[in-house]
Design a protein around this ligand. Structure first.
Ligand code: HGY
Ligand code: MN
Ligand code: MN
Length: 416
């Protein structure tokens, strides 16, 4: 006879329907989502998630960073909870699954345990981390970084978006400043299920990514100071062209990353020209260089070289150059015991799988500093993410959720 929970599976249709329902909140213009953190759309998504969780018998706790913790009690009140988390906020032109899959898969795990009437020794807590994306308020993984004690709440509250609004003001405005002290919660373990956001699993025809590591990251915010001048009447020899300096720095970043292959990436996703008028040479150019590598030495060497060569580029053009690291985490090694539990679950379920290093950053990178943590990944079509065309299949979504269910139950221990 099968042991309790031995052939557990989640309800694939219920998970998929929830994903599609959540995708209606903060819709994009091309089938994806624009549910940026601390917007009214984010608040609406939070309320929907809360209603689903409370209908599943979970109780909500919220900390002063707006992190949402939805608890299913265990049989041993002294046992630390097993957390399942990710994020409901999206990029401005985000997909329907980045982050959302992990949060709603956590809810599906709880719903499936309720259906099976399975109790666990350790409580289970489904988590929505505030501002994982870092699109509106840099850096990424802001609230989980405060939770892990890496960033201060004062720093986080003071972060400003492009319109000058602060994180603290916006969190209060949407009414999600909780009463729990951020970071006070202790975890037995943390699982995060996420789409790969890269091409490997699909190319290798694997259903499950057993994530062993996550590459490290630097976000270097450059502020270049040129001289505003007429783009027509100013002779080329008289220009102090911060826009040209930016272009040369971006080209240099590309060169540095390509010279450090394999395993390094570098690029720029956001640039702000001031005054940003088509016939005025920019007085100020602000942009963020995003570099990443699983190799600590290569990552730090790239940073040093980019900062040095950027200063030389600016000096040659008479452009002022200031740089501030606005985001960073070292390469992460996930907990070997939890990684093994994920791999075992995939094998028992008969799902094809492979080890994977996460190219994108995740809240698990910060929880790994305070608790045993690991990740599970599913493929995404063409490896595309941070694009409204981001797509997965219902089968991929539920296979990873089956693995999550099994690994979480093994870690939370079925109560007799
Ligand atoms: O930037 C990242 O890797 C994540 O998507 N926030
Ligand atoms: Mn994400
Ligand atoms: Mn993302």
């Amino acid at each position: 006879m099968a042991a309790p929970g031995e052939n557990m599976r989640v309800n694939a249709d219920r998970l998929w329907d929830c994903l599609m329902e959540m995708a209606k909140i903060g819709p994009g213009i091309a089938g994806g989502n624009n549910r940026q953190t601390l917007t009214d759309a984010d608040a609406a998504g939070r309320r929907l998630f809360q209603s689903w969780c409370e209908a599943a018998g979970l109780t909500m706790g919220v900390d002063t960073m707006g992190n949402m913790f939805m608890t299913r009690p265990g049989t041993d009140p002294d046992a630390l909870p097993v957390y399942i988390g990710s994020h409901l906020d999206t990029q401005p032109t985000g997909g329907k699954y980045d982050g959302v899959l992990g949060v709603l898969a956590g809810l599906e795990v709880v719903r499936s345990l309720n259906d099976l009437n399975i109790k666990t020794k350790h409580p289970i807590v489904v988590t929505n981390w505030t501002n994982e994306e870092g699109a509106r308020f840099a850096p990424a993984m802001l609230a989980s970084g405060v939770f892990a004690g890496v960033l201060t709440q004062d720093y986080a509250y003071g972060r400003k978006d492009m319109d000058g609004k602060s994180f603290g003001e916006e969190l209060a405005r949407i009414g999600w400043v909780g009463d729990e002290t951020v970071g006070a919660r202790k975890m037995h373990a943390y699982f995060e299920y996420h789409i790969e956001q890269g091409p490997i699993l699909e190319a290798e025809d694997k259903q499950i990514g057993v994530v062993t590591h996550c590459q490290g990251l630097w976000w270097l915010e450059f502020t270049l100071t040129g001289r505003e001048a007429h783009t027509g009447s100013t002779p080329m020899t008289m220009r102090v062209n911060a826009g040209l300096a930016m272009a040369r720095i971006m080209e240099m970043v590309q060169t540095v990353a390509m010279e450090n292959q394999p395993g390094c990436v570098g690029g720029v996703g956001q640039v702000k020209f001031s005054p940003n008028s088509r016939n005025v040479l920019p007085g100020t150019v602000v942009f963020t260089v995003d570099i990443r590598s699983p190799d600590q030495g290569k990552l730090d060497a790239m940073r040093a070289r980019i900062e040095t060569e950027a200063a030389d580029i600016c000096s040659a053009l008479g452009v002022g150059c200031a740089v501030e690291a606005v985001g960073h985490f070292d390469p992460v090694t996930f907990d070997p015991t939890l990684v093994a539990s994920v791999r075992k679950a995939a094998e028992e379920l008969g799902y094809s799988h492979m080890n994977l290093i996460s190219g994108a950053g995740h809240d698990a990178c910060w929880t790994a500093k305070v608790a045993p943590s690991t990740m599970i990944m599913c493929p995404c079509v063409g490896g595309l993410s941070h694009n409204e065309a981001e797509e997965i299949s219902k089968e991929w979504a539920s296979a990873g959720c089956d693995v999550l269910l099994r690994a979480v139950v093994e870690t939370a221990e079925i109560a007799g």
